[in-house]
Write a protein that binds this ligand. Structure first.
Ligand code: SF4
Ligand code: SF4
Length: 393
């Protein structure tokens, strides 16, 4: 049987950003230093025509995620060309493609809907309605006002953009408030532990802190809120798939996979290739440069060795098929190396334990139906948003 082999391609056309958030260094980049459509064609062509030999994967479909820097700093006409390039190169390689983008929504209402329409509603953002960490020209209030204006406009004229909320140490109450806001706005929410996005002084979550915050959030969400909240939804889907069929469970995805070099790649504006956006941001060694047409086989071999060398804890773990040892980036960033497990292991274990208890309490069918309702609701909202854009055209 021909099995699906997805590859996620993060495309960072620029590192420049129109905001100047305190934990990130992207805004120090020059908006003029960006990858042109012709360079993107060359880079993607190199990746897709050589990844079979270099990475040992021949993808059947591509999820292209345009990230920044800030994507809206690229002129719209040029960005359209970039999207066309991706579609054309993938088509030439017989691969289907779904393209999405991440924006800070610090832009005009008009540009917000233009971006939404270009990516058929697959437009995500980040949300922070309370702290002073996100700023435009040093002004947190200004950031919030512009963000809220664009977000409200999208919710009214299209559909609610999904959002990432960064959970900081001690940030449980703020995280919960943002989850309830997401439920009211019908937006999908992703919780991410704070990371070092170029600023090394950021304080990250300790394992026990993270476990207590995330399990509390999981308990508030599970079987109660009508929205997708990640990574909880992904962990639930993996566990359901694992219990129902070992074949379905073999489809792992970020950030719970051990074969990252075959599932994910990040292209930086200068052509540098990294396993993923997180590893690029952390400054870990690159695996090649697509504009120079080079793969760095030593680095690839180190990163790809994780799959066969997970820690003994993971090998013995009852949740291995769903968790896959968690995230390599986290393990390296926390000092446990390429083969280690992240400090967040206890969080994933606690959540899997809660899922198993709930499956006994509610029954597998009821839990599966709840998960399906959430996914259908979000997809319906996106389709309605795309329909609005077609009617307005
Ligand atoms: S290292 Fe982590 S974030 Fe990067 S691709 Fe692997 S699972 Fe995803
Ligand atoms: S829950 Fe922990 S021990 Fe189990 S597979 Fe995940 S990281 Fe490894």
């Amino acid at each position: 049987m021909h099995s699906a082999k997805p590859l996620t391609v993060h495309i960072r056309l620029t590192k420049a950003c129109n905001a100047d958030c305190s934990y990130c260094s992207s805004w120090q980049g020059s908006p003029d230093a960006r990858m042109s459509p012709a360079e993107l064609r060359r880079a993607l062509e190199f990746v897709l025509s050589t990844c079979g030999d270099a990475l040992g994967v021949r993808p059947t479909h591509i999820t292209a995620q345009f990230v920044g820097g800030e994507i809206s700093s690229i002129p719209l006409a040029e960005l359209k060309e970039h999207v066309q390039v991706v579609e054309q190169v993938c088509a030439q390689h017989g691969m289907s493609v779904i393209a999405g983008a991440q924006s800070n929504l610090i832009l005009t209402e008009r540009k917000a809907v233009q971006l939404y329409d270009l990516f058929s509603g697959r437009l995500g953002t980040s949300i922070d309605l309370e702290s002073d960490k996100r700023t435009v020209a040093g002004d947190a209030e200004r950031y919030r006002v512009i963000w809220k204006t664009s977000d409200s406009y999208l919710r009214k004229r299209r559909s609610p953009p999904g959002a990432i909320f960064v959970v900081e140490p001690g940030g449980a109450p703020a995280a919960e408030r943002h989850m309830l806001e997401a439920a009211r706005s019908a937006r999908a929410l992703t919780f991410r532990p704070v990371f070092t996005g170029g600023i090394k002084t950021v304080t990250v979550n300790s394992g026990p802190d993270f476990a207590s915050v995330f399990t509390e959030l999981f308990d508030t969400w599970f079987m109660r809120l009508p929205i997708i909240v990640e990574p909880f939804f992904q962990l639930l889907e993996s566990r359901l798939a694992e219990l129902e069929s070992s074949t379905a469970a073999s489809n792992s995805s970020c950030a719970f996979q051990s074969d990252c070099t075959q599932k994910s790649i990040n292209i930086d504006p200068n052509g540098d290739l990294h396993v993923c956006l997180e590893m690029a941001d952390a400054g870990f060694p690159a695996i090649g440069n697509a504009l120079r047409g080079e793969w760095f086989h030593d680095a690839i071999s180190v990163y790809s060795s994780r799959k066969e060398n997970l820690s003994q804890d993971c090998i013995d773990c009852p949740y291995l098929a769903s968790c896959r040892g968690g995230c390599m980036y986290e393990s390296i960033a926390q000092g446990h190396g390429v083969h280690g497990k992240s400090d967040y292991c206890s969080t994933w274990k606690a959540i899997f334990g809660r899922i198993d208890t709930a499956l006994q309490e509610y029954g597998v069918d009821a839990v599966r139906e709840w998960a399906l309702r959430l996914a259908t609701r979000h997809e319906n909202l996106r389709c309605e948003g795309v329909a609005k854009s077609i009617l307005q055209a």
